[in-house]
Design a protein around this ligand. Structure first.
Ligand SMILES: [Zn+2]
Length: 575
C-alpha cells in the first residue's frame, strides 16, 4: 500500500514524510525563518525517571554522565491580524488551554488480562467490556471489529478482505452477556474483520451491559503496523473491539489497507499483560506495576479516556526519554537490527520533534491531556501509524540518514521529524476528536497533515503552500481530473489509491493551510481549538468543523467560499 508511494514522491522531488500513506512538504520550498539551537543529550535508559520534568527539555532519565542542557523557550504563536470578516463575538478557548476528559460515566470500560506468547506467535486473554447503549435505538445485536483476522491467507474460504500473510482467524470463545450470564455466539461478515453478536435480550437505550469473552489472535510475521519483525512485536488492533453505533446503525466500514477504518468509543482500559521477562513494553496509558512471575514479567497498565489499547514489545529495544511539561516522551528502536548507524541521533531527533510538536499543538489546539507519549521506530511498510498515546514511525533507512549542514538534530532528520509531527497531530485528530476514518478520512488525515505545517511554523519553516504559489482555487480542474475533488468522501468512493491519498493527505492539508491564510492564523487556530473542545472525546463529523468555522467567519467571505467550493461537497457535509 505504501511503498510504491515513496518512489512516486521521490520522482516528484518531494519530501516523503508520510503517514499511513504519505505526507509531503517540498524541501525546495521550505525556508528556515528562525534559527533555534538546542543542546540535547540522550542516553540509553530503560528505567523510570525521577527527574523533575521541565518544559521543552530532552533528557535521558537515570544515567547522567552527560547532563542534558534544558532549554525553556516561550515560543508563542505569532499574532496575525485576522481578516475583517472574523466575528468579533466568536470566543475560542485560550491557547494552551487544558482539554478535560469526558466524564467517567460516559466512558466504556475494558478490563483485559493478556498474554504475549512469542513461541506460539499469539496474543490473547480474557476481556471484560462494560458499556451502555449510547443511541436512541434498541440494540438486538452487537458489532465488534476483529482486525487481527484480516491477516489470514486469502485462500481461506469465504472472506474477501484477507491480507495474504501467515495470520489466522482469531479464536473467540466463552462469550457471555453479563446481564443474565447467558452465552452469546457470533458470526463473521464477508469482511472477515466484522463480527456480529446477536443478543438474546435487546439492549435498550442507556441500558448497561457487560460483555466478556476469551480470545487468541495470531500475530503475522510481517513488517506492518500489526506484526513481528525480528524480535519487535507491534501489537495493535489485536483484540475484538466494540464498533461504533451511528445514526445509520453499526459502523462496519470495509477494511482498506491503504487507509484506516478504525473507529471506536472512548474507554478506560485496565490491562494486565504477561510477556517474557526480558521484554520491554511500551503501550497506551502508563504502567502501574511490574513483577516477575513464573519466569515471565507481569505488567499492569492504566489507560483512561482513550479509543484503543496497543503495545509494542521487544527484548531488543533501546530507549530514550524526554519531557514536555509533565508528559514523558519515550523513543525506542531495535538495537539488534538498527537500520542505520545514526539511530541514537535519530532517536534524539524524535524526542526533539515530539517536544516541539506537543508544544506547538498544545498552543494551537489545547494541551496534550496524557502523561505519556511513546514513539516506536519500527520496520513498517507505512511512514507511520497513530494510536492513542503511542505512534509507530518507520525505520526505513532513508528516513534515518542525516542531512548535512543542519545544526539542530530534528532538522538533520527532517523527514522523520515531520512523520513524528504528523502522527502526534493524530493524538488530537483521531485520538481526542474521534471520527469515522473510513467514511470521512479527510477529517483525521487532512488535519494531521495540516499539523505538520503547524509544527513547521513553530520551528521556523515555511511550507510553501501559500496561495501566492499554488492557489487551490486555480487547481480545481486538476483536482477534478485526477479524481481527488471533492476530498470529503469515503475512501471507497475514490477510484484508486492515488486520488484518495492526494485528497486526504495533500489537498486537504493545503486547503486547511489556505483557510488559515484567508482568515488569519490566530483565527484558524481558534476555530480548530473550539472544534477540539466541543468534540473532545466524542466522535465528530465534518459538520462539526464547518459549524465552528462559519460561527467564526460567517458565510460571506468570498475567498473562503471559493476555496471551500472547489475542495468540498458541502451537500454531503450538511446532509
Ligand atoms: Zn495520518
Amino acid at each position: 500500500m505504501k511503498k510504491k508511494l515513496v518512489s512516486i514522491l521521490l520522482v516528484l522531488g518531494m519530501l516523503p514524510a508520510f503517514s499511513a500513506c504519505r505526507l509531503k512538504s517540498r524541501e525546495t520550498s521550505t525556508r528556515r525563518t528562525r534559527e533555534t539551537t538546542k543542546a540535547t543529550t540522550t542516553e540509553e535508559t530503560t528505567e523510570e525517571t525521577t527527574d523533575e520534568p521541565t518544559e521543552r527539555t530532552t533528557a535521558s532519565a537515570t544515567s547522567s554522565s552527560e547532563t542534558s542542557e534544558s532549554t525553556t523557550q516561550n515560543q508563542t504563536i505569532p499574532a496575525v491580524t485576522p481578516c475583517a470578516t472574523v466575528n468579533a463575538d466568536f470566543k475560542a478557548p485560550d491557547p494552551n488551554c487544558p482539554i478535560e476528559y469526558r466524564s467517567e460515566d460516559e466512558r466504556y470500560h475494558y478490563t483485559m488480562e493478556l498474554q504475549l506468547d512469542p513461541d506460539k506467535r499469539t496474543v490473547g486473554g480474557h476481556v471484560v467490556c462494560e458499556f451502555y447503549n449510547n443511541s436512541e435505538d434498541d440494540w438486538d445485536k452487537l458489532c465488534l471489529r476483529d482486525y487481527s483476522s484480516l491477516f489470514i491467507d486469502s485462500k481461506t474460504a469465504g472472506y474477501d478482505t484477507a491480507l495474504d500473510t501467515n495470520g489466522a482467524l482469531t479464536e473467540i470463545t466463552n462469550i457471555k452477556d453479563g446481564r443474565d450470564d447467558s452465552d452469546l455466539s457470533f458470526e463473521r461478515d464477508s469482511d472477515v474483520s466484522v463480527v456480529w453478536m446477536p443478543l438474546s435480550k435487546k439492549l435498550a437505550p442507556k441500558e448497561k451491559m457487560t460483555l466478556s469473552y476469551d480470545f487468541v489472535a495470531t500475530i503475522p510475521t510481517v513488517a506492518d503496523r500489526y506484526g513481528i519483525t525480528e524480535k519487535v512485536y507491534n501489537i495493535t488492533n489485536f483484540y475484538p473491539i466494540l464498533a461504533v453505533y451511528t445514526k445509520d446503525g453499526w459502523s462496519h466500514e470495509r477494511f482498506y489497507d491503504c487507509g484506516e477504518c478504525f473507529f471506536s468509543e472512548v474507554s478506560d482500559y485496565d490491562v494486565t499483560l504477561t510477556v517474557p521477562k526480558d521484554y520491554t513494553v511500551l503501550s497506551t496509558g502508563t504502567s502501574k506495576s511490574e513483577e516477575e512471575k513464573d519466569g515471565n514479567k507481569v505488567i499492569t497498565f492504566d489507560a483512561p479516556c482513550v479509543r484503543d489499547f496497543v503495545f509494542c514489545a521487544s527484548p531488543d529495544f533501546k530507549m530514550f526519554e524526554g519531557y514536555y511539561k509533565n508528559t514523558k516522551i519515550r523513543v525506542v528502536y531495535d538495537q539488534a537490527h538498527p537500520s542505520t548507524q545514526y539511530m541514537d541521533e535519530v532517536s534524539e531527533a524524535c524526542i526533539e520533534a515530539g517536544i516541539d510538536s506537543l508544544a506547538a499543538f498544545g498552543a494551537a489546539f489545547g494541551e496534550y491531556p496524557y502523561p505519556e507519549l511513546d514513539i516506536v521506530l519500527a520496520t513498517i511498510a507505512a511512514g507511520g501509524m497513530e494510536y492513542p498515546n503511542l505512534i509507530i514511525c518507520t525505520d526505513m533507512n532513508y528516513y534515518c540518514m542525516p542531512i548535512a549542514d543542519r545544526d539542530r538534530v530534528s532538522d538533520k532528520y527532517v523527514m522523520m521529524s515531520t512523520v513524528v509531527a504528523h502522527e502526534i497531530g493524530h493524538q488530537w485528530f483521531m485520538g481526542i476528536v474521534g471520527s469515522n476514518s473510513g467514511m470521512e478520512p479527510w477529517l483525521d488525515e487532512s488535519f494531521a497533515s495540516y499539523t505538520e505545517l503547524v509544527y513547521g511554523q513553530y520551528i521556523g519553516y515555511d511550507s510553501g503552500y501559500s496561495r501566492r504559489y499554488m492557489n487551490l482555487v486555480d487547481m480545481a480542474d486538476d483536482m477534478k481530473r485526477e479524481g481527488s475533488a471533492p476530498i470529503n468522501r469515503p475512501y471507497y468512493d475514490f477510484s484508486s489509491d492515488d486520488p484518495y491519498i492526494n485528497a486526504a493527505y495533500f489537498y486537504g492539508q493545503v486547503c486547511l493551510y489556505q483557510m488559515q491564510e484567508i482568515i488569519g492564523q490566530e483565527a484558524m487556530y481558534g476555530v480548530i481549538r473550539e472544534y477540539v473542545h466541543r468534540n473532545a472525546f466524542h466522535n465528530a463529523t465534518a459538520k462539526d468543523f464547518f459549524d465552528v468555522l462559519y460561527e467564526c467567519c460567517g458565510k460571506d467571505n468570498k475567498d473562503l467560499n471559493d476555496l471551500i467550493a472547489v475542495v468540498f461537497d458541502m451537500d454531503r457535509v450538511y446532509n
